[in-house]
Design a protein around this ligand. Structure first.
Ligand SMILES: Cc1cc2nc3c(=O)[nH]c(=O)nc-3n(C[C@H](O)[C@H](O)[C@H](O)COP(=O)(O)OP(=O)(O)OC[C@H]3O[C@@H](n4cnc5c(N)ncnc54)[C@H](O)[C@@H]3O)c2cc1C
Length: 533
């Protein structure tokens, strides 16, 4: 995974300013998408500068005892206004900072988090926990129907691995640590969390837990949940901590309430996480399929075989072409195994035979791991650069967004076909056509799969938010109609509330609200995300 990048974080777009696409790389990108805009010239929007941020004055100011690590600076407030969805990037490029937080608090430790919550309580403010701010569902954005002042509580100073229990292979880790720093701190122990969401570079452990993030493993341990031993959080009513246990059958598991809680119960300050030895043995290959559906049947056979490959990602031919993993002539199933303990060539050989039985022509990786010639490697580096490329496409005036879901295998084929055609029709209906709608399977299960769609389409400047809102609404309806989930790993936030409200039982929503009232009686923690308090 990418090394730790340092430098200034972008306040309007993805990642770090130093990594953003510029000059020749932007020209190349424009050349690649020219076909999509039908001869119209691609005009590049200049990113906003700090001088162009003009926010309303903060409605509250931090008390003297917190002032050293609180900011009311425009740049900080703008940077914490949105997450990193297409919609967020467009609004920032349009210099629209709607509902910025009044104050950005950056507590240096857990006691500081408690102080922020106490202060917020005393002034009747809302607190929004903020990890890396990589939410793509409006999860870190202030509510539009709540007039209370807003404090964004940025956890990035809580960035240390505090304790390693090498015997049990677990570590106590602070909630604000970003992926690269976390892995760098574990490396001297020969250990790793191996949780690599695409947002790894600028997303945090607390954010992963609060959103039930999906990571590296395409089968078996797909979500962060599987690696949690215990969680510690600060709520408005005090500290909440579950016990470290390897497995407990004692009633409903407390951690399950905190996982996916999206900041509505409190701030996750620490967690004991189960770790892995760093893998030493790897084997991988790629299978070519004549159709995406045939590839899905191959992936299904693999995930139902009990082989549990770490990588089992199916890319449709267009996705393979766009990411450089393939030539667009075939649908690709990337398969990989890894182990710290034993060679995995036998597993790969069995996987190859299984996939071949289902019509895939399988090639063991044709060049050295990590080299340019390898499809999995090419796909992986495109995967990590994708958010920077997305910002470039948005600056060029395009619509570029992703959405994802999960569905059982019995409904898979018709479901994916319906979503593809619904997305295409909706793009046409808003004049955003011709466009690309690509699909890959990010995670696969014995009983179903998680299809992930990417849209690249021409947009009308000044109108793209409305265009995308129409498309997204049609897609959400198709997902609900087909029986899929509103999200496999992007979480609920504010944007997915309508779909989530349809999906979860009403009585469960009542239970959630009741649980919230116990720890957050004044509904100050991220109100409106997940449930209406
Ligand atoms: C380009 C891109 C790629 C992505 N790829 C993936 C992917 O592969 N897999 C995946 O799962 N997601 C992905 N995401 C979505 C996002 O990165 C995840 O939801 C991630 O887990 C959010 O982590 P964060 O630290 O950035 O949280 P934030 O965005 O800061 O917050 C997300 C939510 O969690 C809450 N929260 C954050 N920290 C805490 C805390 N310490 N305590 C309590 N609540 C907290 C916030 O209030 C908010 O509701 C991607 C996003 C982008 C922009």
């Amino acid at each position: 995974m990418s090394a730790e990048v340092t430098g200034e974080r972008s306040f309007w777009g993805w990642g770090y300013d130093s990594e953003a696409l510029s000059g020749r790389r932007l020209d190349e990108l424009a050349g690649r998408v020219e076909l999509l805009v039908d001869g119209e010239s691609l005009e590049l929007t200049t990113p906003p500068t700090v001088d162009e941020i003009n926010l309303l004055r903060p409605r509250i100011l931090p008390p003297a005892r917190l002032a050293a690590w609180c900011s009311v600076d425009d740049r900080q407030r703008a940077a914490h206004t949105y997450g990193k969805s297409f919609r967020d990037i467009v609004r920032a490029l349009e210099r629209r900072w709607e509902r910025p937080p009044d104050v950005v608090a950056m507590p240096p430790d857990e006691a500081g988090v408690t102080s922020v919550l106490d202060w917020a309580n005393s002034v009747g403010a809302v607190v929004i926990p903020y990890g890396g701010g990589s939410s793509v569902v409006g999860g870190v954005e202030a509510p539009s129907d709540d007039d209370r002042p807003v404090i964004s509580c940025d956890l990035s100073a809580l960035d240390r691995v505090l304790e390693v229990d090498a015997t049990s292979r677990a570590a106590r880790i602070q909630g604000g640590v970003f992926g690269p720093s976390l892995e760098a701190q574990l490396r001297p122990f020969g250990l790793t969390l191996r949780h690599y969401p695409q947002s790894f570079e600028v997303s945090s452990l607390g954010g992963w837990l609060a959103t039930r993030s999906g990571g590296h493993f395409a089968t078996l341990h797909t979500h962060i949940d599987d690696f949690v031993e215990s969680i510690r959080a600060v709520t408005p009513q005090g500290v909440w901590e579950s016990r470290r246990l390897p497995g407990s059958g004692a009633g409903p598991a407390p951690d399950r309430l905190m996982l996916g809680s999206e900041g509505i119960f409190g701030v996750i300050t620490e967690a004991w996480m189960r770790l892995l030895d760093r893998p030493r043995f790897r084997a991988s290959g790629v299978a070519r399929f004549a159709s995406f559906e045939a590839g899905a049947i191959g992936a299904r056979a693999l995930v139902q075989s009990g082989l549990w490959p770490s990588n089992c990602r199916l890319l449709d031919a267009t996705e393979a072409l766009v990411t450089g993993a393939g030539d667009g002539g075939a649908h690709l199933l990337l398969v990989g195994f890894e182990s710290a303990d034993h060679p995995v060539d036998a597993q790969l050989a069995r996987a190859a035979a299984l996939v071949a039985d289902h019509g895939g022509s399988f090639a063991v990786r044709e060049s050295a791991p990590g080299s340019e010639g390898d499809a999995a490697e090419r796909w992986r580096s495109a995967f990590l650069r994708a958010p920077y490329v997305r910002d470039g496409l948005v600056r060029l005036g395009l619509i570029n967004e992703t959405f994802e879901t999960a569905i059982t295998w019995d409904r898979f084929e018709t479901f994916v076909a319906d979503i593809r055609s619904t997305t295409g029709e909706a793009l046409r209906s808003v004049g955003a056509w011709p466009g690309l709608v690509t699909c890959r399977l990010t995670h696969v299960y014995p009983d179903g799969a998680a299809p992930y769609f990417t849209v690249i389409a021409p947009g009308r400047r000044g109108d793209r938010l409305e265009q995308w809102a129409t498309v997204k609404a049609a897609v959400m309806e198709a997902i609900a109609r087909g029986g899929g989930t509103v999200t496999h790993h992007h979480s609920v936030g504010r944007d997915h509330r309508p779909g989530y409200d349809l999906e979860r039982p009403d009585l469960f929503a009542a239970q959630l609200r009741a649980a919230k009232r116990v720890v957050d009686p004044h509904a100050m923690m991220n109100p409106g995300v997940l449930v209406d308090p």
